[in-house]
Design a protein around this ligand. Structure first.
Ligand SMILES: [Zn+2]
Ligand SMILES: [Zn+2]
Length: 430
C-alpha cells in the first residue's frame, strides 16, 4: 500500500500519446495508459466508489449498524464465502464482545478511508484501482496488496453484472466483514494516516461539493423510473380520512405508516403517491416497479395502465406541471447551468424539481408522523432517534438540492412554497 500511495512512477510513461483518450474522461493521468478493457473496469469501479462516498455523505448513520443481528450476519457471510477458513473472532460469548468492539473500530476505519477519497487527488485512487484490476486480469503478476483486496471487494460488480441497481450496502457489509477478519483497522492504521497526509498536501482535484450534489441528483434521476412527472406524494391527512383498507399500498398491501414492521427508509421509499391522471394512490416504490415491468404485448397495448383503474399512465401530465416550474427550468440561471453541464433536457430539469417537491413533502410528513407516534406512546426512543436521523439527513440533502435547482434566495423560497402546493394539489382526486 505504501508504494501505491507514495510512488508516482509506479508505471512507466512509455505510451503517453494514448493518454489523450483518458483526458476525454476528465482524468489527470500521468501513467502509461491502460488497455481499454482495463480502463473500462477501472472507470466502473471508480464510479461505484464515487457513489459509495455519496451514500456515506448522506446516510452514514444508517449504514453498517452494529446490532446483534448485524454481527451474526457478518459471521454468517464469512462462513458462506470462506467455508474452509474460520472467522478470526470466535463465536464464544467472549468472542461476541470482541466482535462488537472490532466492528465499531473497523466501521470507522472503513468509512474514514472511503471519505478520504474525496480529498485526495483522483489519480491516486485511479492508480490503486488500475493496479488491482491489472493484477486480477493477470497483466501484472504481482500479488494484490491488502488494500487492493479491500478496494476490490468494495467495488466488485453485483453477480448479475448490471450497475443500475448496484447494491451499495451489500458491498459495504462484505468489505466490513473482510476488514474485521483481516484486522485491517489495526494493521493499516498508518495507511489511513498516510492517506490523510496525502490529502492535506494534494491539490483538490476531485469533484467540488456543488459538483457532487449535481452528480448525485443526476444519478438519482437516472435511477428512478420517471414517475415524478405524473405522480406526487400526498399529505398524510388525505389517506387518514380514508378507510383502514385504503391506508395500505394496493400493490404490496403494506401499511404506509407501520414503523414497527418497516424501517423509516422503507416508509420513505413506499410512501403514498397520487397519480395525476386518475387520482389513485399507490406506494411509490411499487409504482416504480410497476413502471419498470416489461409490457406484455407492446404492439397491442403500448401504454402501461394504472394498476387499479387501467387508465393509461406513464406519459407526462404536461398540462398539470405548474407553468412556473416549466419557466424556471427554461430560464433560471442555475437550472440552465445544470442543463448545459449535464446535457439534460428541459423536461429532465422540471422532473427533477417535481421529484424534489414530492420528496420534501414525504420527509416533512413523516417527521410529523414520527413525532405523533412517539407522543402516542407507539414508538420507543431509540427508534424515534433513528427515524429522525434519517429524515433530518434527507431534509438536508433536499435543501442542497433545492439550492442547486436555483431555489435558494429569499424571493425564490416563496415561489417554491407556491409551486409546491400547486403541484401537490394538481390533477385528479378520488
Ligand atoms: Zn407498495
Ligand atoms: Zn387509477
Amino acid at each position: 500500500m505504501d508504494q501505491v500511495i507514495g510512488d508516482h512512477n509506479h508505471y512507466s510513461s512509455k505510451d503517453l500519446a494514448a493518454a489523450a483518450t483518458l483526458v476525454g474522461l476528465g482524468l489527470r493521468v500521468q501513467d502509461a495508459p491502460a488497455s481499454s478493457e482495463v480502463y473500462r473496469q477501472v472507470k466502473r469501479r471508480r464510479s461505484r466508489l464515487d457513489e459509495l462516498r455519496e451514500l456515506i455523505r448522506y446516510e452514514e448513520a444508517s449504514l453498517m449498524p452494529i446490532y446483534d443481528d448485524y454481527m451474526a450476519n457478518i459471521r454468517y457471510r464469512w462462513a458462506a464465502e470462506n467455508p474452509s477458513t474460520p472467522f478470526r473472532i470466535s463465536a464464544s460469548p467472549a468472542g461476541r464482545a470482541i466482535l462488537q468492539a472490532e466492528c465499531i473500530k473497523a466501521r470507522t476505519w472503513l468509512l474514514d478511508l472511503i471519505k478520504l477519497h474525496q480529498k485526495i487527488d483522483r489519480s491516486h485512487t485511479l492508480r490503486i484501482l488500475r493496479s488491482m484490476v491489472e493484477k486480477q486480469a493477470g497483466i501484472d503478476s504481482r500479488p494484490m496488496t491488502e488494500l487492493e483486496q479491500f478496494y476490490m471487494k468494495l467495488t466488485d460488480p453485483d453477480e448479475d453484472g448490471h450497475d443500475t441497481e448496484w447494491d451499495f450496502e451489500d458491498h459495504l457489509d462484505a468489505t466490513l466483514t473482510l476488514t474485521i477478519h483481516n484486522n485491517w483497522a489495526e494493521t493499516h492504521k498508518d495507511t489511513l494516516e498516510r492517506l490523510r497526509q496525502v490529502a492535506s498536501r494534494a491539490p483538490f482535484r476531485s469533484l467540488s461539493p456543488s459538483q457532487l450534489i449535481t452528480h448525485r441528483m443526476v444519478q438519482k434521476m437516472r435511477r428512478t423510473n420517471k414517475i415524478d412527472a405524473f405522480a406526487c406524494a400526498i399529505p398524510l391527512s388525505t389517506i387518514k380520512q380514508h378507510s383502514k383498507e385504503e391506508q395500505l399500498c394496493p400493490i404490496c398491501q403494506n401499511e404506509y405508516l407501520d414503523l414497527h414492521k418497516f424501517s423509516i427508509k422503507d416508509l420513505i421509499a413506499d410512501y403514498p403517491v397520487r397519480m395525476k391522471y386518475c387520482g389513485h394512490i399507490i406506494g411509490k416504490s411499487c409504482l416504480e416497479t410497476w413502471m419498470a415491468t416489461p409490457l406484455v404485448d407492446p404492439a397491442r397495448y403500448p401504454y402501461r395502465t394504472c394498476p387499479i383503474c387501467r387508465v393509461p399512465i406513464g406519459k407526462r401530465c404536461a398540462s398539470d406541471v405548474p407553468e412556473a416550474i416549466h419557466n424556471h427550468a427554461c430560464h433560471n440561471a442555475y437550472a440552465k447551468k445544470i442543463r448545459q453541464e449535464r446535457d439534460l433536457a428541459i423536461n429532465d430539469i422540471s422532473d427533477g424539481i417535481l421529484g424534489c417537491i414530492s420528496e420534501e413533502l414525504v420527509v416533512q410528513q413523516l417527521m410529523v408522523e414520527v413525532r405523533q407516534q412517539q407522543l402516542d406512546g407507539n414508538l420507543d426512543k431509540l427508534k424515534e432517534r433513528e427515524c429522525k436521523e434519517v429524515l433530518e439527513r434527507s431534509l438536508k440533502a433536499l435543501e442542497e438540492e433545492k439550492r442547486m435547482w436555483g431555489f435558494e434566495e429569499k424571493d425564490m423560497s416563496k415561489m417554491w412554497e407556491k409551486v409546491s402546493s400547486e403541484w401537490i394539489e394538481s390533477g385528479a382526486h378520488t
